[in-house]
Design a protein around this ligand. Structure first.
Ligand code: ARG
Length: 273
């Protein structure tokens, strides 16, 4: 196994104020509250697993009244020493922008912003795979921002429309594993999107619907190690068949807010650069 986590640096946020207190995606129901204690132990187990794989974890302070701040993947998109900040779609999450911005400024990042009117939810909706930026739009990010993102990143952008509100962020249905392999859930895209992905990525591994609905694609990849939601045996087998090591983590309390492993971590540095 390659020690893929060795040079990875991730931003996370402890779930001290995590709860389901509004509904901005189909998974959230204020009638299905999260158990804070259990969320804390699930989050700690994820953090420890990522650290054990060699990743360095940075923390942003939790803030009372901002329950979704734990989903740091939505802070922005990091490009080396620069970061493109998110413009959250929903007012419920917009106060997070200032919190994340302060963290990045204090950490010495050069902060870039998109025009206010363009929604963008960071690494939740945009992945760099080699020299290509895969960016999704519709539910949380606006397609009009993609060319600006590509310009800032100095890459080509492949815009993908998300078609199913249950898969409202790109990281809920697409997970690059290495330069030419990715997990994805075909049902979350249209024909154009599926074709565009197939043109760019040599091996696309389709995750079965039942496991996509358990957020199988929402995995943190550190080299060969893939940290994904527990209860995804078929996805785990598909990963093992291709030489990856699946590590199951139980993040059931976070599924109640529409997130799993990947949503809880933002890449500051990727393994190997
Ligand atoms: N409740 C959060 C929201 O709806 C969950 C965010 C999940 N994050 C992610 N990167 N998919 O905004």
């Amino acid at each position: 196994m390659t020690d893929g986590g060795a040079s990875a640096r991730l931003l996370m946020c402890e779930p001290d104020h995590y709860e389901v207190r509004y509904e901005i995606n189909p998974w959230m129901s204020i009638k299905r509250p999260a158990d804070r204690r259990r969320a804390q132990s699930q989050w700690s187990a994820l953090r420890e697993a990522l650290q054990a794989a060699g990743a360095q974890i940075e923390l942003v302070e939790p803030v009372a009244g901002l329950p979704d701040l734990v989903f740091t993947a939505n802070a922005g998109m990091v490009l080396g020493s620069r970061v493109v900040m998110s413009n959250f779609r929903y007012p419920e999450r917009q106060p997070e922008e200032a919190v994340f911005r302060r963290w990045f400024e204090a950490a010495g990042y050069l902060v870039e912003v998109l025009p206010d009117r363009l929604a963008f939810e960071g690494e939740g909706d945009a992945f760099l795979v080699g020299d290509t930026l895969f960016a999704a739009y519709r539910f949380r990010s606006d397609v009009q921002g993609h060319h600006l993102l590509a310009e800032i990143a100095g890459t080509e952008a492949v815009s993908l429309e998300l078609t199913d509100p249950r898969f409202y962020h790109l990281d809920t249905c697409f997970c690059p594993l290495d330069g030419d392999t990715a997990l994805y859930y075909p049902g979350a895209f249209d024909d154009h999107g599926r074709r565009a992905m197939a043109n760019e990525i040599a091996t696309l591994i389709a995750v079965p619907e039942a496991e996509a609905l358990r957020f199988a694609c929402n995995a943190v990849v550190l080299g060969d190690a893939v940290f994904l939601q527990q209860g995804c045996p078929e996805t785990s087998r598909l990963l093992s068949d291709r030489g990856f090591q699946p590590h199951a983590v139980d993040l059931s309390e976070f599924l109640k807010a529409g997130g799993s492993a990947k949503c809880l971590a933002l890449f500051l540095e990727r393994p190997g650069g």
